[in-house]
Write a protein that binds this ligand. Structure first.
Ligand code: ADP
Length: 226
């Protein structure tokens, strides 16, 4: 399979006596949306963190675009995360002291883009996520749904190849959740970004192209019926 962009193979990770991953494997192809499903505590977030290079597995390998993550220096892995990956969590984790447009511009600023240009691109992304009105407000002054759309804009602004979304609608009501998912999926499709979508909600997983089910730290691939 030449179009595999990211793969985790036979990943194992424990926290003390608790095994979180017990031989989990999954692949992500370019531009595809993969839902990672399973009950609470099954290892979904740990799997996402390993694939995103945030947590190092005890054994197994994670390969992104032909490169083994564990073989990279910390500096190179951080640079890869900044340029190739975007992250969205259950709570947007926006920087409270910055305005929404400054939050979205942050990944570009960290990559050396000048403030004016970074904020111009950030404003454009806020528009695409239908949340322009939040630009000059701080995260504490916008609604949960608006905040998550700002977080999605921030995840997409640096044109990542993979977006890792961990329960991105978990703190939203169903109407706002649907809106965030619709915009996340449509903007990712437009830019060709893949999404690793951790969720326990079938309604959210319905936006994916494929599902991987995690149970007791092990993965099961679910073939598409379409
Ligand atoms: P899920 O995302 O499916 O809810 P997690 O990957 O968060 O599952 O957790 C899998 C298991 O690992 C759980 O038993 C959880 O308590 C444990 N775990 C996860 N992260 C940590 C951590 N940082 N410290 C201790 N235990 C953890």
């Amino acid at each position: 399979m030449t179009d595999v962009l990211l793969s985790g193979t036979d990943l194992r990770k424990s926290f003390g006596q608790t095994p979180a991953l017990d031989g989990a494997s999954m692949t992500v192809r370019r531009g595809e949306i993969v839902a990672v499903m399973g009950p609470s505590g099954s290892g979904k977030s740990t799997l996402l963190h390993c694939l995103a290079g945030i947590v190092a597995p005890e054994s197994g390998s994670v390969v992104y675009a032909g490169q083994e993550l564990s073989a990279m220096s910390d500096k190179k892995r951080s640079a890869l995360r900044r340029t190739e990956f975007g992250l969205v969590f259950q709570f947007g984790q926006l920087v409270p002291e910055l305005s929404c447009v400054e939050n979205v511009a942050l990944p570009l600023r960290l990559s050396g883009v000048a403030r004016k240009e970074a904020e111009r691109v950030a404003k454009d992304w806020l528009g695409r996520l239908e949340v322009d009105a939040a630009a000059d407000k701080r995260p504490g002054e916008v609604s949960g749904g608006q905040g998550q759309r700002v977080a999605v804009a921030r995840a997409l602004v640096a044109a990542p190849k993979v977006i890792f979304a961990d329960e991105p609608t978990g703190a939203l009501d169903s109407l706002n959740g649907e809106q965030v998912m619709r915009l996340l999926v449509s903007t990712a499709k437009e830019t060709g970004a893949a999404i690793v979508l951790v969720t326990h909600e079938p309604r959210v997983a319905a936006y994916s192209d494929r599902e991987v089910v995690v149970r007791d730290g092990r993965t099961r691939q679910v073939e598409l019926v379409q």
